[in-house]
Write a protein that binds this ligand. Structure first.
Ligand SMILES: N[C@@H](CCC(=O)N[C@@H](CS)C(=O)NCC(=O)O)C(=O)O
Length: 202
């Protein structure tokens, strides 16, 4: 098994933290975007979208999409459960992880893509769109903070992939200048807890 990793990617980080929380070791191949490796024919044969993270199994099966990779690993390595223990927990964990991915992490990545010089010429950068995404992400921080009131972790009594997605989104926010306001005390307290886990820097 091998993980095709992109060190600075928030989606790859989600998978790295998940793997570290499971306490398993998976060899990694770090991809340097500047080399164009992920757009080579051999990589595109494995992942037509040319993105990371991607998990390649020993039989050659390739799984991309960070949540799908985590789902596979959860089934192969069930302890500790990170996707929820019961049907209701699993549904709610997925609900929150998807919400945070689509309504917070994605807009923050869009800000990066539409403002950072690295993407100039690769995508048509639209500064107004970045501003719109900033407003969207800022609103998402409001409901994220509300959801954490009185809670140690976002969904269950345990740390789950929903916390991981939120954690990677907050880090992405720092990178693009969308920071958690001091008034968001539930979110700041939760951040203190998740960021101090031994796996946080995976
Ligand atoms: N939905 C995918 C997103 C994967 C993705 O967009 N990866 C980005 C880094 S965050 C990437 O590989 N970008 C390189 C490129 O598009 O060339 C997931 O969750 O894994």
């Amino acid at each position: 098994m091998k993980l095709y990793d992109l060190p600075a990617s928030p989606n790859a980080r989600r998978v790295r933290i998940f793997i570290a929380e499971k306490g398993i070791e998976i060899p990694k191949q770090e991809i340097d975007l500047a080399t164009g490796y992920n757009k080579t024919e051999s990589y595109l044969e494995k992942n037509r979208l040319g993105r990371m993270p991607m998990l390649e199994l020993d039989d050659g099966t390739c799984i991309s999409e960070s949540h799908a990779i985590c789902r596979y690993l959860e089934e192969e390595y069930p302890e500790p459960p990170l996707l929820g223990r019961t049907a209701i927990e699993r549904a709610r964990v997925e609900m929150w992880s998807r919400r945070l991915e689509l309504e917070l992490l994605r807009p923050l990545i869009d800000i990066f893509t539409h403002t950072h010089p690295m993407w100039k010429g690769t995508v048509q950068q639209i500064p107004d769109y970045a501003e719109d995404r900033k407003a969207h992400a800022t609103k998402s921080l409001d409901w994220f903070n509300d959801a954490l009131e009185g809670r140690e972790f976002l969904v269950t009594d345990d740390y789950t992939i929903a916390d991981i997605t939120g954690q990677c989104a907050i880090l992405m926010g720092k990178a693009v200048g969308v920071r958690v306001p001091e008034s968001h005390t539930h979110l700041n307290d939760w951040w203190g807890r998740v960021a101090s886990r031994p796996t946080a820097r995976a």
